[in-house]
Design a protein around this ligand. Sequence first.
Ligand SMILES: [Zn+2]
Length: 234
Amino acid sequence: MATEYKHPKLGIIRLQRRVGCKRISISVARSGRISVTHPWYVSRRAALAFVEQKVEWIGAARQRVQQAVKPSLIGEGYRTRSHTLRVDCNAPKCGYMISNSEVLVCLVSGVAADSEQGQQVIRTALTEALRAEAHKVLPEMVERLARQHGLSYNGITIKNIRSKWGNCSAVNHLNFSLYLMLLPDELVEMVVLHELCHTVHKNHSAEFHTLLNSLLGGRERELNLALRKYRTSL
Ligand SMILES: [Zn+2]
């Protein structure tokens, strides 16, 4: 059975006593709601005392979760690799146009660029611009790096993948996330080389890393750390 407790700092906490549960666990939902699950033999009072010890940790965890969920606003002048965003806020209808160097987002009056709807049109438009850039950049880069290192692959596909930067299939077909276009060239090249190395080693074994690291001139670790700063989303 679940009960609720109003914590002076954290707000409503949902407490659930569960049979089979062996320790107290605290989770923070995207909404910010805090849930505590505890074994049946731990009293509600003891569970709350545990929460009290973790107040700071919970507050920080909640901030992290909510920041991760909340994307930052994108406005006029935002630049991708080769496109600059322009917003027409007084258009006859909502939509977008992508040229070689510009993404023009049209919004009807009443739909502000920083509203949820406006941001949605902007993100859709920019995603398509990134896709176009990826089609321009990646096939050539993959071909060049494969040739340079004597590796072979069976074609590439560019997709709106958010879970990873790329992958290599069993038959050496390479898939890449269009969000690679948000990275500097040397990181895009690292991801491409990573997938090309999977045409030789289908795992992340020591041999795989030795090969990749040698193709990267010993910079695998450094570049991987740099890659962590980027996300597969706008
Ligand atoms: Zn891999």
